[in-house]
Design a protein around this ligand. Structure first.
Ligand SMILES: Nc1ncnc2c1ncn2[C@@H]1O[C@H](COP(=O)(O)OP(=O)(O)OP(=O)(O)O)[C@@H](O)[C@H]1O
Length: 303
């Protein structure tokens, strides 16, 4: 079952279609990484899922219900979110801040202690939030999102601005939520490496359009092995390969071929030698996830 389904979801700002015909399927119990370069439309999409931005066109179903006027509030009661920097009262303690949210949401008081423990802020609960580090503030934001033990958690770039230790901690926390509490987590990022370490399903968007949606495993499956061949005359070598029906394409001075058995590779190098071609390099390569991200989005993975 999919906990979120969108169909033909669009958002237009001025004349520009910033989110274009998105069909998203978020499986229940997954950590669903929503990946794309800056400005690709991630925040706009997540805000539409939460009813904070009105779609120009398309349908959204969350927890099996269509997100329209009648259902919206009932659905959102089962959804927690952290969008942009969390807001808080700096002069109040972490616990006092959570008490305000707890009262507004009408959830049991005992949840405050529990979520403070989950985000490992129980030792700092009496400290004023103005004196919290950025990582602590971010964890407090997550605690507020967790207060009602939502079925679905939507987090927009939750590791933005955190130091490496804070990032690692947030990542571990997010990964643990489906198993510990049966939650589904949608988490956006512009960093492939981050999604690679957190998610089991991935959607990649580019300029508002979905360019990939599948399991993380399927994304890894795209990083195929291949052979790279460099000879003293690639143009002639290419013709020889064609004669032998070996598909190849030229990339930066190398002929790129599919993986061949040792025996066929040996035959091929002998044949090239017999045509007076020297083999300078014959190496096995694998496309990295970064290469795939670049192919899909036109942007480097770390942008
Ligand atoms: N309220 C708005 N009015 C006009 N244009 C907007 C508005 N909100 C977003 N946009 C534009 O829509 C596009 C997508 O923005 P969005 O914030 O959704 O991207 P993003 O993928 O979340 O990027 P980032 O990682 O930088 O936050 C951008 O070109 C942005 O300028």
């Amino acid at each position: 079952m999919n906990i979120i389904e969108t169909h033909d979801l669009c958002k237009q700002y001025g004349n520009a279609l910033r989110v274009a015909h998105l069909d998203l399927n978020v499986p229940e119990g997954s950590v669903y990484g929503f990946l794309g370069p800056n400005g690709a439309g991630k925040s706009t999409t997540l805000k539409m899922l939460l009813g904070l931005v009105r779609p120009t066109a398309g349908d959204i179903r969350v927890l099996g219900k269509k997100m329209d006027g009648g259902n919206r509030l009932a659905v959102l009661r089962q959804v927690g979110s952290l969008i942009e920097s969390p807001s808080y009262y700096g002069h109040l303690t972490g616990e006092e801040n959570l008490r305000i949210v707890q009262t507004l949401r009408g959830v049991p008081e005992k949840n405050i202690r529990e979520v403070l423990q989950i985000v490992r802020l129980d030792g700092q609960r009496g400290k004023r939030v103005a004196h919290y580090s950025l990582g602590m503030k971010q964890r407090l934001g997550l605690a507020a999102a967790l207060l009602g033990y939502p079925k679905l958690l939507i987090l927009d770039e939750p590791t933005n601005g955190l130091d490496p230790a804070g990032i690692q901690e947030m990542r571990e926390l997010i990964c643990s939520l489906p198993e510990r509490f049966g939650m589904t987590v949608v988490v956006s990022s512009h960093l492939l490496s981050e999604i690679d370490q957190m998610a089991d399903h991935v959607a990649i968007i580019r300029e508002g359009e979905l360019v990939f949606q599948d399991t993380l495993e399927a994304l890894h499956g795209r990083s195929r092995h291949h052979l790279a061949l460099r000879t003293t005359n690639n143009a002639v070598a290419r013709a020889v390969l064609q004669e032998k029906s070996v598909p190849c394409q030229e990339e930066e001075g190398y002929l790129i071929l599919p993986i061949l058995s040792d025996e066929i590779a040996a035959q091929l190098t002998r044949l090239l030698g017999s045509r007076n071609l020297g083999v300078i390099r014959l190496e096995e390569r694998q496309k990295s996830l970064e290469d795939i991200f670049l192919e899909l989005t036109g942007k480097a993975a770390s942008l």
